[in-house]
Ligand binder design. Sequence first.
Ligand code: AMP
Length: 435
Amino acid sequence: MLPADHQYLTYIKKAVRHRARQAGYKRIDPPIFEERSLFERSIGSHTDIVEKELFSVGRKGDPESSDYALRPEFTAGICRSYIEQGMQELPQPVEFYAIGPCFRYDRPQKGRYRQFHQFDFEVIGLSDPSIDAQLIHVLIKIFDDLKILDRLTLQINNIGAPADRITYVQALKDYFTGKERNLPEQDRERLKHNPLRLFDSKEEDTQILLKLAPTLEQFIGEDSNKYHSTLLEYLQELGISFTKNPGLVRGLDYYNQTVFEFWDSSTGAQNAVGGGGRLDFLIEQLGGKSTPAVGFAVGMERVMWHMQEAGVVAPNKDQVDVFVAQLGPEAKKKCLNLVSQLRDLGVHTVGALGEASLKSQMRLADRFQARYTLLLGQLEVKEGTVILRDMAAGKQKQIPFDKAIPEVLKLIGKANLDVYSITDKFGEFADPGEG
Ligand code: AMP
């Protein structure tokens, strides 16, 4: 992440934190690496993420071991923490958000990296379509803040209860009995271990066979359908448009009921920006009390890409307000304090405290795109003055040295000073800092 990327990343984090705070989400940071078995038990041993993409970490002294793994996502760690920290005693639902790096071993390509960043939201402790609708709404707000909402479509599906899925998977296996020969090798494996993943197949033969296969919809119970239709009504009430997508299953085992993804409107599934769903059985599966939950994760590099494609210029606060140029040992000494005081007052100040000529320092001020330059040569030191130059206007004036700071503050404006408790335009309260 280079400085230019951070302009976007910081902006994205701001929108995320702002919307999270508005809706009562609390930030959580699960560990970057966990016991490998946590991911196997939650995401599923026969999913791409665990089977092929997990970065294993060995035990000390035994590099061959793979007891631990770098987190490929946040949900498992958050649910483990909920159980271990006794958070079922808190008022429910408990709402969390996380922001940070995740790791997946994959062939690196555009939008697919081995280290990438996610922001993740989870609501634990309550099952109701209004919770799902509100969660999706928060994400819609974030995409809207980042000005990429119109580039995305919300794909949504109901995958029913785990029992519905078990019956369905059996029906799918029955359907494919005798047809295995027509499947490519990889899809035969999928059929054996995780038939739902056949829907992710890009193979034409598989797709043709799937067209006539039984659909999950036919196996979903009444309660589950009722839940889903209520959710869709709530989304409509909130003015959220969506595409019903019966083929959407998500590649992780822990989902039930609601699943959704945000797709690039122009390219479709290939580069989903984010997705999520209900995970009502995960906490119990990990050894906790039966506790429903719902959540989503979004890839920040993909959000960044969309912002850049959409021509969104991330506002950045890295501008140089004042460049301090000096010549001679006396001037240099006086500038040390001047620079420090300006910085303390919230003025972004760069000081060229080297030995270069004034002319080349002025060139440097230009290249830093400084708004003002304070120039202190030997003559000015003797006279107790300083030259203040407005770089854009190309005008300068000589002022008393002790007027330099008040004059600069006036020009920059109090509202533009970068002090720690500054109110930024995203929220009314002091920002708790980047991270
Ligand atoms: P998933 O839960 O696998 O759908 O991942 C959620 C989101 O994380 C995806 O929609 C992507 O935006 C992002 N993501 C997943 N894997 C990668 C990766 N290898 N590189 C970049 N972003 C990723």
